[in-house]
Design a protein around this ligand. Structure first.
Ligand SMILES: [Ca+2]
Ligand SMILES: [Ca+2]
Ligand SMILES: [Ca+2]
Ligand SMILES: [Ca+2]
Length: 306
């Protein structure tokens, strides 16, 4: 292997003038770096190139680095070429990040996909549209607006430009559990209402009692009982004396709510005092003993929270 020499020291030159021996002219590009006080020798010029150092100069020259792909955002280009000939082969649509909160917006971007694997900016503006899912709209500038959802929901937008189409998938995130359609603002999580009654069903409202068990849907949710089953509800089913001063209370309910059994000596201005706290998972049918009921009159109630 012969080397190329760039020498400004005058030691190997003629009359101190800089001169160059280009032993490998075909590879001169890989070593064409010099400084006024530097001697640079390219010790190796193989297919992979390598690092050369002289004085305080370091040259990383790689023949493979002459060409290749570089990317910046949605645009990808080929470097090291005098020109680029390509045809637009398709369209790509992107978003970063791909999640958007319900009621929020996300900027979308479209780019041309060329037949040499590069991507480039469009010469014009694509037509944007909602492709699927709970997007309220996509503006002409590609700003997607997310509608209300009752749980995290996939969505998609479409860009069309010169008969080419690109789509981008998004995830609309549920950030407010009580804002969806007919079920909004009634104190009951919309996802629970949709699971029990489907979407936009008037029977699924928080105050409705479609199964006729005298427990509204809001109470069925709180007690984790079935709003479509009249035999499923939270309630005391029996009370009986036990022993000298005790009273046993039986009740039924759901499984995933915290239950509180309480008593009061009066229903006029009652002062409810705790008897039993029942943590989930709870049995659908259970009971407890109130050992200090004495011979007085007491009223019992049960409530549930989750
Ligand atoms: Ca929501
Ligand atoms: Ca609701
Ligand atoms: Ca009911
Ligand atoms: Ca019920």
């Amino acid at each position: 292997m012969r080397t190329a020499l760039i020498d400004s020291s005058g030691a190997g030159g003629r009359g101190g003038a800089t001169w160059i021996v280009a032993a490998l002219a075909a590879f001169a590009l890989a070593a064409a770096t010099a400084a006024a006080d530097t001697v640079m020798r390219t010790s190796v010029l193989d297919a992979g190139g390598g690092r050369s150092t002289a004085g305080d100069v370091v040259l990383d020259a790689t023949l493979g680095g002459i060409g290749g792909l570089c990317a910046n955002g949605s645009v990808t280009g080929k470097m090291g070429y005098a020109g680029q000939l390509y045809d637009a082969a398709g369209l790509t649509a992107t978003a970063s990040p791909t999640n958007v909160a319900e009621g929020g917006t996300r900027q979308l971007t479209a780019a041309a996909v060329n037949d040499d694997d590069t991507r480039g900016e469009l010469d014009g503006t694509p037509q944007w549209a909602v492709a699927w899912g709970p997007l309220a709209s996509v503006s002409g500038a590609g700003l997607a607006s997310a509608g209300a959802v009752y749980r995290d929901t996939p969505a998609g937008a479409r860009a069309v430009y010169e008969a080419k189409t690109g789509t981008v998938s998004l995830l609309v995130q549920d950030v407010n559990p009580d804002n969806y359609g007919l079920y909004a603002s009634d104190g009951v999580p919309d996802g629970w209402q949709v699971d029990a009654f489907g979407e936009e069903n008037p029977l699924g409202g928080g105050s409705a009692d479609p199964d006729g068990d005298r427990v509204p849907n809001s109470g069925e949710y709180a007690g984790d009982t079935d709003p479509n089953d009249e035999d499923s509800f939270l309630g005391i089913t029996a009370i009986a004396r036990e022993g000298g001063t005790g009273a046993r209370v039986w009740w039924q309910g759901g499984q995933q709510a915290t239950q509180y059994v309480e008593r009061s000596a009066s229903l006029t201005g009652p002062a409810w005092r705790p008897v039993r706290t029942n943590l989930p998972p709870t049995a659908a049918f259970t009971n407890c003993l109130d050992p200090s009921a004495s011979n007085a009159v007491f009223y019992y109630r049960i409530r549930a929270v989750r």
